[in-house]
Structures are given as C-alpha cells and as structure tokens.
Design a binder for this molecule. Structure first.
Ligand SMILES: *Cc1c(COP(=O)(O)O)cnc(C)c1O
Length: 377
C-alpha cells in the first residue's frame, strides 16, 4: 500500500459485532487476564487504541513495532535513558529541538552521562564517537534552521562502530522521510505536531525494530509516560489525513519560501526545498518532500522583529507547529529561550529569525499576510 492508503487504513481495529468502520475507543484501564496471551494495561503500551496507532505509524515508517507516549519529550527521554547510563556517552547534533537540548544539558551530568554536541558535518560525528558512545541522536531537517544531515552516512558510521542511532523525524513526517529505510535504528516523533495536525493533542511516538522496541518498552513501562485512549483516538483520526495535509503544507511552504527569497526586506530564507540552500541535494536524496517549516531572517531596515510579528493578522504568533493553521514564532523567545545568548549566537539564532509553520490555508493568503506585516504592500 502507498502512504495515503496506509494513512486511512493501516492499523484500524474493526469491531466484529457492530462492524463499525472505525476503531472503537476502549476506555478500560482494566482488562481480564484469564486465558489471554498477555496482560493488557495502558502503561504497558498495549491497549487496542495504542496498538491501532502504532500499527499505522509502523506501516508509514516501515518499522516493526513501536510505542505511543504522552508527549514527544516523554518519547525522547525514554529512548535516551534506555540506552544511556552512568559512564556512557552520546553524540548529538547541536541544532536539535530546544527541549531535547535542555534535557541533555540540565540532567545528564547528574546521571553521569557524557555528551558531545556536533555540527552537521558527518566527519564531526565520526570524530566525536568514543569507546563508550552508546547512542547517536540526530534531527533532520533540524529546528529552527532546517539543516540537513546525511542520514545514510551517519547510519553507516554508527553501524561500523556498533552504536545505536535515533532520529527525531518530527519536522520531516513519515510522509516525506523514512529514516529506517536509510539505516537508522529508532525513529521518534513529537505527535503533537504533524501526526496530530490540529494543535489539540500532546503526544509522542517511537518506532523501531521488534528487538529494540522491546528494550525501550522495558524502560517505558517503568517511566510510565504512555498515551491515554482518548488521545489515541484523536491521533488515529488525524493520521488518516496526514498524507493530504502534509502534501498541501509542503506545496504552500515551497511557494512561501520562493516568494520570500526574492523579497528585499528578508535577509535570508531557510528551506531545504530551495535549490540555493546548502543541503538541498542531500535532502533530495533522502526526502520525498521538503517539509512545511520555513525559517527566515528579517532584514530589519524597514520593520523590526517585534513590529513585524504584531502586525500579522492571519498567521498566529504561537509556539508549536505542524497544525492546519499557520503559526509563527521567534525561536530566540520560544524554543531556544533557555539557551544562553552565546549558545544562540553560535547556532545562528538571531532576534530577527522567525520560524513559520505553514498551514493548509490558501498560500496566497499566507504570503500576503507576511507582506502586509513587512509593509511591502
Ligand atoms: C515539539 C517537538 C518535540 C517535543 O515534543 P512535545 O510533544 O512538545 O513533548 C521534540 N522534537 C521536535 C522536533 C519538536 O518540534
């Protein structure tokens, strides 16, 4: 089955008695155990509503098994702490999600876990790997500058050194990129974003091989960050339209990026779909579409950053991303607020940088809102 068909059909649990076409919501936290092959319990990550979504995501990511979490960070922290303990070392891309960055810098020291942040350069990742490196964690495209990592190259390096690899695939979505097909071991999503797609649920997901998922589940059951049935139901419903939403969002994003590229009031546009962008060829070799996040830096001559964001009428200044509505934020004030001024400067996150999550609205309306806020119309 192709992606759009998997979105609609994969994983659906049909009730044999009523023959409803959708998965029923199983609100039970208690399930009978006599004469059953295993115990079902929400925190064991194995209820029918959890299974339905996991099966759909596994189909989309070409994975064997997975787990659904109560947030993206629950998924990320559980994966990290499954493979890392005192004395271990992890290599991470420097431009990962702000929350992941903060988790590492705030908590790893007291767990005795060593870490190295590396640039986008594959050679730097290779150099950073040590005897005690147990995990390589990447994100591509990254937040907020949409940098592209050569995923195949990272997977190859890790395999040669026997290191487990994990990728945060949130920005790409399973519609555009399937890292396991490129050799990555574990794929993580903040389902709060594109999988949920309507800015009304918070959830996370991990998919992998059967054996690695078994290991992650071992920790996950102890940490307890599983997803409840109601959120599973909303997520399953949303994922039926994931393919068509993301397709439209990518088309809109390409249009916005190309239009802003030629706007004299914009200093720089970050979008992997632009031929002029560094990483475009790599993106093309590992992605079917370039995603729907466009970051740009204001020139600042005519309109200052705070004036610009207050003048927007359609695009909402709000955190998070991936929903049907266009949202914008200044990473310096939101996702990367916890970083020091120096760290932000090193990463290229200036005060005039904006991250636009392009929605499914008409692209001309999105563009004209930006233009009127820049006072160019
Ligand atoms: C939002 C986000 C997360 C964290 O997800 P939550 O659901 O907010 O916990 C992780 N990675 C990326 C790339 C994100 O955008």
């Amino acid at each position: 089955m192709k992606k759009d068909t998997q979105c609609v059909h994969s994983g659906t649990y049909r009730d044999r008695d009523t023959r409803g076409v959708n998965t029923p919501v199983f609100t039970s936290s208690s399930f009978e155990y006599l004469d059953t092959p295993y115990n079902i319990y929400p925190r064991y990550f194995n209820t029918p509503n959890q299974r339905a979504v996991v099966d759909k995501l596994c189909a989309l990511e070409n994975a064997e098994d997975g787990l659904l979490f109560s947030s993206g960070m629950a998924a990320i922290s559980t994966v990290m702490l499954t493979f890392l303990g005192s004395g271990d070392h992890v290599v991470l891309k420097e431009d990962i999600y702000g929350g992941t960055h903060h988790f590492v810098t705030a908590d790893f020291k007291r767990f005795g876990i060593e870490y190295t942040f590396v640039s986008n350069n594959t050679e730097d990742i290779e150099k950073a790997a040590r005897e005690n490196t147990r995990l390589i964690f990447i994100e591509s495209p990254s937040n907020p500058l949409l940098k592209i990592t050569d995923i195949r190259a990272v997977a190859e390096i890790a395999k040669s050194k026997n290191i487990v690899t994990a990728i945060d695939n949130t920005f790409a979505t399973p519609i555009n990129q399937n890292p396991m097909e490129l050799g990555i071991d574990i794929v993580i999503h903040s389902g709060t974003k594109y999988l949920g797609g309507h800015s009304d649920i918070c959830c996370g997901a991990v998919v992998s091989t059967e054996s690695l998922t078994r290991r992650i589940r071992g920790s996950a059951v102890n940490f307890g960050g599983s997803l409840n049935a109601d959120a599973c139901y909303l997520l399953e419903r949303s994922m039926k339209t994931l393919g068509i939403r993301v397709e439209r969002q990518c088309m809109n994003a390409q249009y916005i990026a190309e239009s802003l590229k030629d706007n004299p009031d914009i200093k720089k546009v970050y979008y992997p779909g632009l031929k002029s962008r560094q990483g475009h060829d790599t993106a093309k070799s590992q992605m079917r579409g370039f995603g729907a996040i466009v970051s740009f830096e204001l020139d600042g001559q005519k309109t200052g950053p705070s004036e610009f964001i207050r003048r927007l009428r359609l695009i909402t200044p709000a955190v998070s991303l991936g929903g049907v509505e266009s949202l914008i934020c200044a990473p310096a004030e939101t996702s990367h607020e916890k970083l020091s001024d120096e760290e932000r400067k090193e990463l290229g996150i200036t005060d005039g940088l904006f991250r636009l999550s392009v929605g499914i609205e008409d692209s001309a309306d999105i563009l004209s809102d930006i233009e009127q806020a820049l006072k160019t119309t």
